[in-house]
Design a protein around this ligand. Sequence first.
Ligand code: UFG
Length: 331
Amino acid sequence: MNILVTGAAGYIGSHTCRQLIESGHQVTGYDNLSRGHQEAFDRASAGGKLVIGDLANTPLLVRSLRENEIQAVVHFAAFGLVGESVEHPELYRQNNVEGSRSLLQAMLEANVKRLVVSSTTAIYGEPSQMPISEDNPAAPINPYGQSKWEVEQMLVNAQEQHGLGFTALRYFNAAGASLDGLLGEDHEPETHLIPIVLQVALGQRDRISIFGDDYSTPDGTCVRDYVHVLDLASAHVRALERLQPGELLQVNLGSGIGTSVQEIVEQARRVTGHPIPADIVPRRPGDPPCLIANNQLAKSELGWQPVHSDITTILSTAWDWHHRHPRGYTP
Ligand code: UFG
């Protein structure tokens, strides 16, 4: 298929472009490079076509869809930081919600009826049910989760009214890097646990601050479901290849295994061989104690299996990436 990938220069986007191309698809990237890296897309696509444009630019989206005879879209382009969304909710409304509306409008204009879209565990808020299945009610507790939930609802309407086919993939904690060390995570500022822990191992930071050890979890630190970026990428390829216009699927992507912050730090010490000093500091506002996916639907509907999402593979691939590229994609 001819596929347009928005956010193609981002972390999950670039890994997915690479797998789409390896599976024989023709990929056109679309990214405004506000947070992504041209280098990530170039490496992932071996010099493929990247349109540098904003989601708000509907005419450019329509032109990109038509000129490249696009049959399906994979939509990653979005802001994804909970803390930032609390400070600047308008950014999340504009970029995530209105940006997706512009993309949808362009797709309908160009008669493209297949869409795979990034969503998030943040739409569930603080779920009572654990592990979390898709029928857990959406109750986001921050503007980021709210923005992604609004996008899903917008797409449900488009499915009903215009026969759009879409799959929303609700990621748990994306982590890890490509097995050959070519692609990895490079955010500025970095706020995610695993890259920060590895930056301590590299000597780029002095210590890791563990946000709270008084949660109602086995060791008192927050439990998360870490899923390897390669497993996320393979789910997109599967979702895309089975998707038909008019179909709707909303599915969790997680490993189904919970790992605490304390366990991540200990495992990172083992994998890197560095001591990684850690301090317990107060809780970070808005962190739910525990988020673990029920991933049965992804297995049954997509035929998906997480194969790289054990903590050792996640940490060792991420460590290889950070070690080889201490400044990320910056030369
Ligand atoms: N943490 C620390 N110290 C740090 C950074 C993180 O203790 O320096 C802890 C956090 O408190 C949390 C865990 O490590 O318990 C993981 O934190 P991340 O920031 O790596 O990831 P989040 O779980 O906050 O974020 C993920 C996804 C978001 C999603 C969110 C929903 O990345 O997209 O879950 O809660 F919105």
